[in-house]
Design a protein around this ligand. Structure first.
Ligand code: GDP
Ligand code: IMO
Ligand code: MG
Length: 431
């Protein structure tokens, strides 16, 4: 198996977790490289649903090594609960199959308070974050006042660092956000305890990956969020605070770009978005709500209703180009099965032009109106189909149309949320 990167091409929730679960059967290692517990990756195996937030989706397969790379941010209490939940569901998590980079930054209580308070103060300009402290922890990482998970293993060093950081944070929390100051002792005691519990998993995962590559082990890099939420290439400022595109893999794990063999993009057969920000192909009439119900589009992390729209080739094409995606895997085709016609957004009308390239400016983007092509639906049940030759012709036409516009092959489709509900169309792991 080649070393693969799997990334979302839209605004997250494309079904990355369930595709990684399928692909991970054939790799040795699954590594997350960015994001934190803002992610929610759903996998259904034998009728049992698991939602993973920090831990790579390979953890459901016992013989795989799951790695949290240095580019990920962790909420230690939440992560310990996630480990506990997996163990209770019968999925072993041990120092043999789960590793955390010693350089991983830690979400502190003030990060979560700052995230929520800023969002509520921004009113109409809010981003609609998950409230998990993601923006503030990445800010602190870049500002060089972050806490890394290995800091928790050295009490004197951690105490010294935390004291000076808490002093600064308390001034900000009290005077700018109007929040009660935090107590050093309390946070120190809690985080030292989390450090002790996480210690068995903490290691230099960049060196571990180097060794695994040398042993010819196959590695899958699991993206969180999607390219449209990437801090550089997404719909800034309505994005997350990390590089969710393929560019984040090397800085988020410490591997060389030379070891990546192929990059696979995951798209939903339509589009969803949680939180604020421009979304040109959003369905604003009552049908948006109907699609939400048909697709059960509620956030796996926050439970918020997802905004729903048609497949947008302008944004997905951009994601393909900037991430070097060589094949697409398309999820949730079954959700469209009852529709008489299906729309595909093929361009954006902006003033008197039709844009085919994704605009970078949010002001331009929010004035864009979608240009649609309509194709007939297939109006038949898909969930029991195993053989690609049994797929309805109109579905094949829909896929063919997307392939033509995106100039990228669709190698796999999923037709239901369970592990076995997918159909391979082509070898998607070739370069
Ligand atoms: P991720 O964040 O990209 O891993 O995606 P989420 O887990 O947040 O959201 C995807 C949702 O769609 C989950 O509820 C999955 O169980 C579900 N899902 C994934 N693939 C399919 C599919 O082919 N059909 C249907 N009906 N549901 C799917
Ligand atoms: P997965 O990995 C969908 C969105 C939030 C918000 C913006 C910023 O499950 O696809 P943040 O808390 O990161 O500062 O929020 O990004 N967002 C996601 N939307 N899926 C996700 O992850 C997301 N992670 C963050 O809703 O709009
Ligand atoms: Mg999700």
């Amino acid at each position: 198996m080649p070393n693969i990167v799997v990334i979302g091409t839209q605004w997250g929730d494309e079904g990355k977790g369930r595709i990684v679960d399928i692909l991970s059967e054939k790799v040795d290692v699954v590594a997350r490289y960015q994001g934190g517990n803002n992610a929610g990756h759903t996998i259904i195996v034998d009728g049992k649903t698991t939602v993973l937030h920090h831990i790579p989706s390979g953890i459901l397969r016992q013989d795989k090594i799951s790695i949290i790379g240095n580019g990920v941010v962790i909420d230690p209490k939440f992560l310990l609960e996630e480990i506990d939940g997996l163990r209770k569901s019968g999925y072993p998590v041990s120092s043999a199959n789960f590793k955390i980079s010693d350089r991983t930054h830690v979400i502190m209580p003030y990060h979560k308070l700052m995230d929520k308070a800023r969002e509520s103060q921004m009113g109409n300009n809010k981003i609609g974050t998950t409230g998990r402290g993601i923006g503030p922890v990445y800010e602190d990482k870049v500002a060089r006042r972050g806490i890394r998970v290995s800091d928790l293993l050295y009490p004197d060093y951690f105490a010294d660092r935390l004291k000076s950081i808490i002093n600064q944070k308390n001034i900000y929390l009290k005077n700018v956000l109007g929040i009660e100051p935090l107590d050093f002792e309390h946070i120190f005691d809690d985080y030292i305890e989390y450090g002790k519990k996480l210690n068995p998993f903490i290691t230099d995962t960049s060196l571990l990956l180097y060794d695994l590559v040398k042993q010819n082990k196959a590695i899958l890099f699991e993206g969180a969020q999607g390219v449209m939420l990437d801090v550089d290439f997404g719909t800034y400022p309505y994005v997350t605070s990390s590089n969710s595109g393929a560019g984040g893999v090397c800085s988020g794990t410490g591997i060389s770009p030379k070891i990546i063999d192929t990059i696979v993009g995951i798209s939903k057969a339509y589009t969803t978005r949680v939180g604020e920000g421009p979304f040109p192909s959003e369905i604003k009439d009552g049908f948006g709500e109907v699609l939400r119900k048909m697709g059960n589009e509620y956030g796996a992390t926050t439970g918020r209703p997802r905004r729903c729209g048609w497949f947008d080739t302008v944004s997905v094409s951009y994601s393909i180009k900037i991430s070097g995606i060589s094949s697409l895997m398309l999820t949730k085709l079954d959700v469209l099965s009852d529709l008489q016609t299906i729309k595909i957004c093929t361009g954006y009308k902006y003033k008197d032009q039709v844009l085919k390239d994704f605009p970078s400016n949010p002001n331009v983007l929010s004035s864009c109106k979608p240009v649609y092509e309509e194709v007939p639906g297939w109006r038949s049940e898909l969930s029991d189909i195993n053989d690609p030759s049994d797929l309805p012709q109109n579905l094949m036409n829909y896929l063919g149309k997307l392939e033509d516009i995106l100039e990228t092959q669709i190698s796999l489709i999923s037709i239901g949320p369970s592990r076995e509900q997918f159909i391979t169309l082509k070898n998607g792991l070739l370069n």
